[in-house]
Design a protein around this ligand. Sequence first.
Ligand code: EPZ
Length: 423
Amino acid sequence: MDSILVKGNGPLNGAIPIAGAKNACLALMPATLLSEEPLTLTNAPRLSDIRTMTSLLQSLGAEVSSLQDGKVITMSSHGVLNPTADYDIVRKMRASNLVLGPLLARLGHAVVSLPGGCAIGARPMDIHIDALAALGAEIDLRDGYLHAKTQGGLTGAVHEMRFASVGATENFVMAATLAKGTSVLSNAAREPEIVDLVHCLRRMGAEIEGEGTPTITIQGVTALRGATHPVVTDRIELGTYMLAPAICGGEVECLGGRIDLLAAFCEKLDAAGISVTETERGLKVARRNGRVRAVDVVTEPFPGFPTDLQAQMMALLCTAEGTSVLEERIFENRFMHAPELMRMGARIEVHGGHATVTGVERLRGAPVMATDLRASVSLILAGLAAEGETVVSRVYHLDRGYERVEEKLSACGAKIERIKGGA
Ligand code: EPZ
């Protein structure tokens, strides 16, 4: 298993290109199952999760090819499809459950393995099941698999979700595109990745309104056509790299960055004393002077502060002036990075969904372990500002959601390298 060695090396200066969004691409790829014609995604990120989704789609009978070193992905599912998403693939990546809605809509039945446990929370699928059941699907759980079927296809319906789940919104919207009649989803998730999915579905001929608002209306159509769609910028990768100069000092321009994708996050950076300015190429981030100011953070569904930036924000607040309180409201177990940051000298107290961080002058390098995707990169950010060396192990977590981290950070002056193999 690879690990990453980071040495604190002072301020960062330079530019970092931001890739296409993992969480958009993982919803866009299953959309190919809705049409017999090819779907091409451009600006796709090169990540292990995208390769896992590729294997899943291929196991369902789709053809997937890529160009430009993986930045362009073309998929086609015109042949006979296999309705079963196997546990062996699904257990590697929860987002595999995003094939359920499209398979149901296309075939009228589907068998999708339940993903099983996850480090950051229980993550059940009850909201997905209720939403698809509203469209007429009969779903039961047998031998760890969701068996879903319809009597003569899906039928449009009005449905309110008990929580604005991202994945359940995506499954419902994709399924409803081919349902008979009109569907209205209320308390829908509003994330930019959902907006991007709807834009792609519209290119494929779907009739949808209200994306980005709590109410999405879908007029079912009989068939969808092929399309080419550019994947939206990855706002979580963007936020992560915006925190690098915030933690180390210096000035970094994030190419392709957009403030509208991260307004709540940018407000917190401003309150902490970090300047964010829009440029022609993206966003420029600089730490004005002196220490970062402590700020309180509460994670919420979009447009609130993203839970996927909570760990990285905690790394910043470890050396802030004063005490910050972070409240994690989305996942019940998403502070696993805290004990690792404490190994680096951070002062953090965790009580349930609250973490109190009392800023220290400086962190010290130490061997630490990644526990999940966002935790892994928060440890790298902390290592960039720490005294001495930090070795982050189990970075396979990192490769799921960040492409070429070492290259992107060392281009701005960071001392960072990958150590191949080892424990
Ligand atoms: C998406 O996960 C993202 N993943 C997550 O990013 C992100 O953290 C999350 O949305 C919230 O923003 C992808 O898009 C692939 P949810 P998803 O359904 O769709 C509970 C990352 O780091 N819930 O909105 O799984 C659930 O347990 C990943 O890139 C139910 O109880 O998130 C959680 O507590 C991590 N029942 C909350 O809702 C359900 O049926 C939010 O989950 C569904 C969800």
